[in-house]
Design a protein around this ligand. Structure first.
Ligand code: CMP
Length: 137
């Protein structure tokens, strides 16, 4: 059993597709172990994406992630980390396989609907970043 972090980004929240995205996870064997809607400020978004600090898109990424509310979730299940990434599709929605969340709901590489942890180590750190132990059930 694995746990991974998923974020429904401001573009998808604004479109009103939270339920449709959660359905993709639940219909594919992932359980929602924790969930909250929140508004990131620049400090929190900057810290979350600190690994990308030197990348040219960092400023836009922080700006985008603070542009509206997000939904953060802990997903749990067999091979949850890689399963979530398969369900999301490629980072750039233009390259995302048909039927994936990004192919169906994302508009651009910035407004790409969802984030998912890319390793088990990052998943553990990202879960801790947003949730206390008591909030993950
Ligand atoms: P995410 O999985 O949230 O991780 C970092 C985000 O940076 C990524 O999704 C994209 O939305 C955004 N991003 C913007 N430009 C790029 C790029 N050239 N390569 C990777 N990620 C990018």
């Amino acid at each position: 059993m694995e746990q991974t972090l998923s974020i429904i980004k401001p573009d998808a929240v604004k479109k009103g597709v939270i339920g449709k995205i959660v359905d993709r996870f639940e219909s594919n064997g992932l359980r929602v172990a924790a969930m909250k809607k929140m508004q990131l400020d620049a400090n929190k978004a900057g810290e979350f994406y600190a690994v990308h600090k030197e990348r040219p898109f960092y400023g836009e990424l922080v700006q985008f992630m603070t542009s509206g509310p997000i939904v953060v979730m802990v997903l749990e299940g067999e091979e949850a980390m890689s399963k979530n990434r398969d369900l999301m599709g490629a980072t750039n929605p233009k390259e995302a396989a048909k039927g994936t969340i990004r192919a169906d709901f994302a508009d651009s590489i910035d407004a790409n609907a969802v984030h998912g942890s890319d390793s088990l180590e990052n998943a553990a750190n990202e879960i801790k970043f947003f949730f206390s132990k008591e909030e993950v059930i």
